[in-house]
Design a protein around this ligand. Structure first.
Ligand code: OAD
Length: 231
């Protein structure tokens, strides 16, 4: 029973109406990373950062999973071996599409993190400067998003999954952000077959044994059908 590890990025949610980061008119063309995606930016202007993530939380909770999210859930249901999804996405669209066993290495929009005591809790509503941590009662709530300069979540467990992979697929990511961009090398070292599925070649394209280009809603269901052996 082969083990499949899948890395996803913003491209898989693009056709659900959620903007990517680095495409034309992407989030990083509209906002400065230093302002909204660093601990220093939050310290400088927490109101701006909260309003950025509050807006993204609203947008993401209104979004629906697309055929690519659902195909991965189907793969999990029908593949006889383990199928692990590691996502850089902070939306909850994999789970909404029926997936389980999802590792959110960059955090989640529905999460809050206490900047004072590191307590994490579910926060589906708007957050504001002064929102209290339910554990230490400090007014130090921040979005539970991994910002630039911070360590992604669950790296030890994710590397352990990659070390046991027989098949590694990278879907909808530009492969410009590490450590995720280098997962293909970990999987390769473990002897896995590697495949990139993306709209266009990513920065790491030459590292993959196989590549498929096109919109995720087209190429991911097609690939899943091949993996589970359906015509
Ligand atoms: P990017 O915006 O860097 O890359 C999105 C990729 O998706 C690009 O390679 C696009 O070509 C591709 N793409 C766009 N539309 C697509 C579609 N319909 N089907 C398939 N592919 C499509 O997003 P990420 O690689 O996810 O981190 O970015 C990685 C990290 O950088 C994010 O998690 C975020 C960001 O800064 C944090 O916020 C910590």
């Amino acid at each position: 029973m082969s083990k499949i590890v899948i890395l996803t990025g913003a491209g898989i949610s693009a056709e659900s109406g959620l903007g990517t980061f680095r495409d034309e008119n992407g989030l990083w063309a509209q906002h400065r990373i230093e302002d909204v995606a660093t601990p220093e930016g939050f310290a400088r202007n927490p109101d701006l950062v909260h309003s950025f993530y509050n807006a993204r939380r609203h947008q993401s909770s209104a979004a629906q999973p697309n055929a690519a999210h659902m195909a991965l859930a189907q793969l999990q249901a029908q593949h006889p071996g383990e199928v692990v999804i590691v996502t850089q996405n902070v939306d909850g669209l994999h789970e909404k599409g029926g997936a389980s066993n999802v590792w959110h290495m960059h955090g989640i929009l529905d999460g809050a993190l206490c900047a004072a005591c590191s307590h994490r809790w579910h926060a589906a509503e708007d957050m504001h400067r002064g929102t209290l941590c339910p554990s230490c009662q400090m007014p130090a709530a921040r979005p539970d998003i991994v910002w630039f300069g911070e360590m992604p979540y669950d790296m030890e467990q994710i590397y352990a999954q990659l070390a046991g992979a027989d098949l590694f697929a990278s879907i909808g990511t530009s492969s410009q952000v590490y450590p995720a961009a280098a997962f293909v090398h970990e999987a390769q070292a473990a002897g896995a077959h590697t495949v990139e599925l993306n709209l266009e070649p990513s920065s790491m394209v030459s590292s993959f044994a196989e590549t498929r280009f096109g919109p995720a809603t087209v190429i991911v269901p097609r690939w899943v059908n091949e993996v589970i052996g359906q015509p």
